[in-house]
Design a protein around this ligand. Structure first.
Ligand SMILES: Nc1nc2c(ncn2[C@@H]2O[C@H](COP(=O)(O)OP(=O)(O)OP(=O)(O)O)[C@@H](O)[C@H]2O)c(=O)[nH]1
Ligand SMILES: [Mg+2]
Length: 357
């Protein structure tokens, strides 16, 4: 079977918010590797102005074209968002499949989705993406492996779904998701009757939310160094001492430039977050982009309809203090923990107890 061999480009536009480009490149690299795609070349291209028709300017495209031929590359990944026209122009020009950041993120989500609800939400996001762009879908011979429609495999067949059909499917999934929402609502009411307060772990993907959830609840949810390991929401009790409990919620992680179709579709999952009494923003303390990621997290919360005061009262928890041996510099700081070694967890429980009860 022919492999997908890719070239990854991250465009650093002068006017971009100041995310560190190298980190952004390694983030997309990580996602692409997770899709079993070979990376033959990766580069950061600095540009002053974007080219409206292809995003990437002529000079750079020429070089990319040469590489494609030399290295037998069959997929160009652009770590920015492309308009449908730009995507089409690039494909026509380079004669290979081109995908953007949204395409890659949707594909990763599709592979990770396990529960019915997760699958429905990802499917909805894909349909919204496809409908708004009317891009041609690439049927995937690897569908059985959980892949979907955004990256071409071998022998792929290009099809275009009728817009009406897409719309029908969208309505159908939305209806099914509304049922999930009603069920959640009932469950929440039950919890309320039990006088359970809830705290939601939120934040950038890979920050350590699930490991912390496991530590606090003694559960064994899958926590791995893979972006978007968690897609479904889980809730479990945590004992805080003195006969006090809270419900702790673990949920899907966030990412910069998250596709709007995903935010739209994950509203059922994220509702749990909206209704939580307190939000804990888990941040990897070693992350060079930590501050940018905190901003991203806040803006996604706003987009998903979380109340402003809940966001301003959100607690930021710095995780992974065990890495780099910086323990002593965090020793007396509040909100600094290691979900791995358990440092700071007792303090965190105290903070939760005080703020919730
Ligand atoms: N060294 C160290 N590693 C940690 C710590 N917390 C989490 N990790 C690791 O970081 C990786 C990501 O952890 P997860 O718990 O899956 O992260 P997450 O925030 O749930 O990620 P998503 O589900 O993708 O949103 C895993 O490999 C964890 O073992 C920590 O305190 N110290
Ligand atoms: Mg997780």
């Amino acid at each position: 079977m022919n492999k997908t061999i890719s070239h990854i480009v991250h465009l650093n536009v002068d006017s971009d918010p100041k995310f560190i480009s190298e980190e952004m490149l390694s983030e997309i690299e990580n996602l692409v590797i997770n899709l079993d795609i070979i990376i033959k070349k990766k580069e950061i291209i600095k540009i002053k102005r974007i080219n409206p028709s292809t995003l990437i300017g002529d000079g750079n495209l020429l070089k990319i074209d040469q590489d494609i031929k030399k290295k037998k590359i069959n997929l160009l990944v652009v770590n920015n968002n492309l308009t449908p026209a730009q995507q089409k122009n690039l494909e026509n020009r380079l004669k290979i499949k081109v995908t953007d950041r949204t395409g890659i993120i949707l594909e990763v989500f599709a592979r990770r989705a396990k529960s019915n609800e997760g699958k429905m939400q990802v499917q909805l996001a894909e349909l919204i993406y496809r409908k708004s762009r009317l891009v041609r879908a690439w049927t995937h011979l690897e569908r059985q492996r959980g892949g979907t429609t955004f990256i071409g495999g071998p022998g792929e067949l290009q099809i275009e779904l009728d817009r009406r059909l897409i719309q029908e499917k969208i309505l159908n999934i939305k209806k099914r998701l509304r049922k999930v929402k009603r069920r959640r609502h009932l469950q929440r009411n039950l919890r309320k009757n039990n006088k359970f307060k809830t705290a939601a772990l939120i934040g950038y993907t890979n920050a350590g939310k699930t490991l912390l959830f496991n530590k606090l609840t003694k559960k064994k949810q899958s926590s791995r160094s893979r972006l978007f390991e968690t897609l479904d929401t889980k809730i479990s009790r945590v004992y805080l001492g003195a006969n006090k409990y809270i419900g702790l919620i673990d949920t899907v992680g966030f990412i910069n430039n998250i596709p709007t179709s995903l935010i739209e579709s994950f509203k059922a999952t994220l509702e749990e977050v909206n209704k939580a009494d307190i939000l804990l923003n888990i941040v990897d303390v070693n992350d060079l982009n930590a501050n940018q990621k905190i901003k991203v997290t806040k803006s996604i919360l706003i987009d998903t309809g979380v109340e402003k005061n809940k966001i301003s009262e959100m607690l930021t928890i710095y995780n992974k203090i065990d890495i780099k041996g910086l323990k002593s510099s965090y020793e007396y700081k509040k909100n600094y923990i290691s979900a791995l070694t358990g440092e700071g967890i007792a303090d965190l429980k105290r903070i939760l107890k005080n703020s919730l009860i």
